[in-house]
Design a protein around this ligand. Structure first.
Ligand SMILES: Cc1cc2nc3c(=O)[nH]c(=O)nc-3n(C[C@H](O)[C@H](O)[C@H](O)COP(=O)(O)OP(=O)(O)OC[C@H]3O[C@@H](n4cnc5c(N)ncnc54)[C@H](O)[C@@H]3O)c2cc1C
Length: 186
């Protein structure tokens, strides 16, 4: 089984398989703690930015994946400036707030923004759970649960059947772009 996110294409290549995934860095940053001012996540599909405040008062800001493919996990000044400018469009009063840290991780983006889950035709025992892109935290629990059921029973649960990798050769894409509007590739 391969559940190696941004590295999935490399692992698949070991079994002569070409996955329709492109690995992009995704960055986020966090500000110094502030008094509470929002109690929900605010996301703008136009600006490609999302904002929420943690229990500690820090403001977490993220956005779209970097618009190029890379395995670099270094954060960049350009993305910081872009995210900060978009943040100020939404919350102008945050001008002057200090940024504490910024980070980058790798996202395995599929053409339909949906994960790839399940068995691979012609490769018995080689299972995939990848292509989670920018929203794998949220779906992690049910993704893990259903993959465990497949491993245990050998039967693909109905819930994940549409996410098999063969959908790309069959033209049966699952459009999940709306699941990550702020993070979709520009
Ligand atoms: C900045 C940022 C913000 C994000 N924000 C959100 C969010 O708000 N909500 C959300 O739902 N998702 C978010 N995500 C996306 C989320 O992090 C991913 O979708 C999720 O972590 C993918 O889970 P995974 O289990 O597929 O892969 P990962 O959690 O990346 O785990 C893959 C594992 O495979 C290991 N591995 C790689 N190669 C090998 C190998 N050859 N052998 C053995 N092990 C290997 C890696 O070390 C890693 O531990 C964000 C990502 C980033 C970078």
């Amino acid at each position: 089984m391969s559940a190696t996110a941004g590295w999935s294409s490399n692992i698949a290549r070991m079994v002569d398989m070409k996955l329709p995934l492109i690995t992009h860095p995704l960055q986020a940053f966090v500000t110094e703690p502030l008094k509470p001012f929002i109690n929900r996540s605010v996301s703008s599909a136009n600006l490609h930015v999302y904002v929420y405040q943690t229990d500690r008062g820090e403001v977490v800001v993220g956005g779209g994946v970097d618009p190029y493919s890379s395995y670099s996990q270094r954060s960049t000044l350009h993305t910081l400036e872009e995210l900060a400018a978009n943040l100020l469009e939404l919350f102008p009063f945050l001008r002057g707030v200090n940024i504490l840290r910024q980070w980058a991780g790798l996202c395995d983006m599929s053409p339909d923004y949906a994960p790839i889950m399940g068995e691979v035709d012609g490769l018995p025992g080689f299972l995939l759970s990848c292509g989670w892109g920018t929203w794998g935290f949220k779906a992690g629990p049910i993704g893990g649960y259903t993959m465990a059921e497949l491993i245990d029973t050998g039967i693909t649960p109905d819930l994940i059947r549409p996410f098999n990798v063969r959908r790309f050769s069959q033209g049966k894409l699952v459009n999940e772009r709306a699941a990550a509007p702020a993070a979709a590739v520009h």
